[in-house]
Design a protein around this ligand. Sequence first.
Ligand code: UD1
Ligand code: CA
Length: 457
Amino acid sequence: MENTIAVILAAGEGKRMKSEHSKVVHKVLGKSIIRRVYNAVKAAGIEECVIVVGHRQDEVREEMQDLVSYAVQEEQLGTGHAVMQAVDFIEKSKRVVILSGDAPLISGETIKNAVLQCERNQEYATIFTAEFEDPNGYGRIVRDAKGAVCGIVEHKDATEEQRRIKEINSSMYCFDSKALCDALKKITNNNVQGEYYLTDVIEIMIQSGLSVGTYRLKNHYEIMGINDRVQLAEANQMARKLCNEKHMRNGVTLIDPETTYIEEDVVIGRDSIVYPGNILEGTTVIGEECVLNQNNRITNSTLADHVEITSSVMTDSTVDSYTHVGPFAYIRPNTHIGKQARIGDFVELKNSTIGDKTKVSHLTYVGDSDVGSEVNFGCGTVTVNYDGIHKNRTTIGDKSFIGCNTNLIAPVKLGTGAYTAAGTTITKDVPENALAIGRCRQEIKEGWAKGKTKVNP
Ligand code: UD1
Ligand code: CA
């Protein structure tokens, strides 16, 4: 879209959010509201984007960095005043799309189609509108007897009759840049709210004989504005529903989409099954034929095909094919688990590699370790990786056997095929194929318990 720029209005305080933060950095399905609007601009093929910032602009700048240009509105005197702050940018373009920073579900396709209509019909302004059963609170599109647009009236300024109009203003528009800049010079704050309304430019343009059109949206949710936490939850729900439907259409079984939370950038392969209570976040990639049983939270992790995970938490990690994890495993960042491995209940892994076919079945902590393949961990193994100052690594060779309740005091190495006896505290390296025993020898006191009366309290 050459010669077209986008301006996103995001300077308002958003009082009804009752938040210390800018309204537009609150998240919908894992992505900030402002980033979603920006993504729609990009998807529409518009290269240049300006955000009008004011309240908590530090947070908006931090979120968007130098992906966009900024215009500052020091005092929030209304949507028209907000656009005035961006005229230096607007003047350099032929056409401008104005978007509301608080409507996160707008799609690139809608923006593109509206701009195309604007071009095709040679309109000086194209207003994105929708028909609402309950238009309360919105600006209304006022039309004459022939159905031509005469202007927009804000709810608070509307007469009883105008309030019955169901066609509402979405606060998104495509304008001819020059016509918009000319009209902005003429708006006043002579209204109930004492603000400079952007909506007033429509009537001004019509009075100057410029043609104005409307682009009616099919999907109402696209113009859903977020003013409070209830609407934030509604937008989340809608975004989640759309995302879940996309996965189901791609061949993923979601047993209960209502209780499944999958963020937008997550990729899931065909024939994978997702049970209720799963939260899949960030850049997570799930392979084909995986089974995510109930209640996992998987963040920025990659699972190969045929992996099964149950009631576990996994962050920034990778799992190779045919491996089972859980129930109740905690896989912390930078862990790689090989193929056909088993990670069982109450096992915590951190910053470690676990080889193919290795079994860590129960009640074990493996941190900062390099574990070979076909290793068997007995119940209750602990890699003692922290000496109070430094984190140290444990290395375990292929086919080793770690007896139950072994402590491996790092840094330490076990050679291939090494054994540790149950209850051993390993402080020295164990050579290949050796057995290490480090525990007190058992003593027997014959007859010691005879004649003792056990009392059960
Ligand atoms: C606006 C429209 C209304 C439309 C509704 C749709 C006007 C006068 N009214 O009303 O016709 O039906 O959106 O949701 O335009 N903003 C600034 N600076 C300001 C004021 C607002 O940047 O001085 C930004 C806000 O941060 C927000 C957007 O503009 O992102 C919309 O402002 P808001 O106050 O929510 O407008 P509404 O009253 O909802
Ligand atoms: Ca609003």
